[in-house]
Design a protein around this ligand. Structure first.
Ligand code: COI
Length: 356
């Protein structure tokens, strides 16, 4: 059993914070001073500690590099209006993390290890949580097979690491997307609902081709003749059709997005009617022709929400409205207010780290 007392903490003697331009963070470029590490060996997660962020040594035969047992989470912490740090929806991220681990045949860890690793790391690196509008501390918990051998097998050793980095807004303009009718992100029965590294690697080539054609990302479909929409790039996708917020239902090929879930909850609070149901390319095309597609956007931890300005369906480009105070903006603003303590945390989503 892991306790906060059991987590050994070795702090850096020289913080890198003075070198960081907090006005030019971008996404994924800057990494905070420390990382949390735990190792799985002999059937147990042990050796939980925090150390200065840095390189780790591994054998080129390490199993994760060959057979891809690697899962991760993307989480965020925010600076609250009273100067504390708030970590968003630890439990929901933990549930998804262990589901991903189970799907990739990896040994799950206790909630306590996940939660105490995060909260202790956030206490140590609290100065890295930015406070400017649209910024946050992105937290990356991940686990991988660390056994050193190349025989094809389920690894019997793993490493779990959490590091973080301050980030600014993910997208600076609404997205141009195309419905991808050849490549698939995920198949039924596959790993689409797991946050495993391979899903991202496999999406790069079709996304690269779409970018060469002038698009920002692709709308993934289920591969059926109807081209039912699944996700948008690395995000879940939502449409506002005739005033109703519609998003594809969760399945084993769609990631159970934490922002997706939060938006559905908040939409209910704002009196916006929601539907979790299949949306085909055909339905989208008809709505675009009739002018009943009011909005389209992606949701994800990194971007929070990314508006879609155009959708290409089989070579025809349709413009999508991007209203200044539409459903997406209302939901994004309310979510930001909850995370930063400006609106009440009715759903107990925030874990507060007192920074006084
Ligand atoms: C996220 O939205 O947090 C993601 O995981 C997508 C990407 C940054 C990998």
């Amino acid at each position: 059993m892991i306790t906060a007392d059991a987590i050994k903490i070795k702090k850096t003697t020289k913080s890198r914070i003075p070198e960081v331009d907090f006005n030019d963070l971008g996404f994924g470029k800057v990494i905070s001073d420390h990382m949390f590490v735990s190792d799985y060996k002999d059937g147990e997660w042990n050796n939980a500690h925090i150390e200065p962020f840095g390189d780790i040594a591994f054998s080129p035969s390490m199993l994760a590099l060959h057979y891809g047992q690697i899962v991760f989470e993307g989480m965020k912490a925010f600076r609250t209006k009273d100067g504390n740090v708030s970590i968003f929806r630890i439990e929901k991220h933990y549930e998804r993390f262990i589901k991903s681990m189970e799907r990739m045949c990896m040994p799950v860890m206790s909630y306590r290890l996940f939660e105490e690793g995060l909260t202790n790391l956030m206490k140590v690196d609290q100065a890295w949580v930015p406070g400017s509008e649209g910024s946050a501390l992105y937290i990356r918990p991940f686990a991988f097979a660390s056994e050193e051998r190349f025989g094809v097998k389920i690894s019997s050793e793993y490493k779990y690491i959490i590091f973080s980095g301050p980030v600014g807004p993910y997208y600076d303009k609404p997205l141009r997307v195309k419905i991808e009718d050849h490549y698939r992100r995920a198949a039924r029965g596959g790993t689409g609902s797991a946050k495993c590294a391979g899903n991202y690697g496999a999406s790069f080539y079709p996304t690269h081709l779409a970018k060469m054609q002038g698009f920002d990302q692709v709308l993934w479909t289920d591969g059926s003749p109807e081209l039912n929409i699944e996700e948008s790039g690395t995000m879940n996708v939502m449409f506002v059709i005739d005033g109703v917020l519609v998003t594809p239902p969760l399945s084993d090929s769609i990631l159970d997005g934490v922002t997706r879930d939060s938006f559905l909850t908040l939409a209910h609070e704002l009196g916006i009617h929601t539907q979790q149901r299949t949306v085909s390319a055909l339905e989208l095309e008809a709505a675009l022709e009739k002018g009943t597609l009011n909005e389209a956007f992606g949701t994800g931890t990194a971007a929070v929400a990314g508006a879609i300005q155009s959708i290409d369906i089989k070579g025809k480009d349709y413009t999508v409205p991007v209203p200044e105070n539409g459903v997406m903006v209302k939901l994004k603003n309310l979510l930001t207010d909850i995370r930063t303590g400006k609106a009440p945390d009715k759903y107990s989503w925030n874990t507060i780290i007192n920074c006084k």
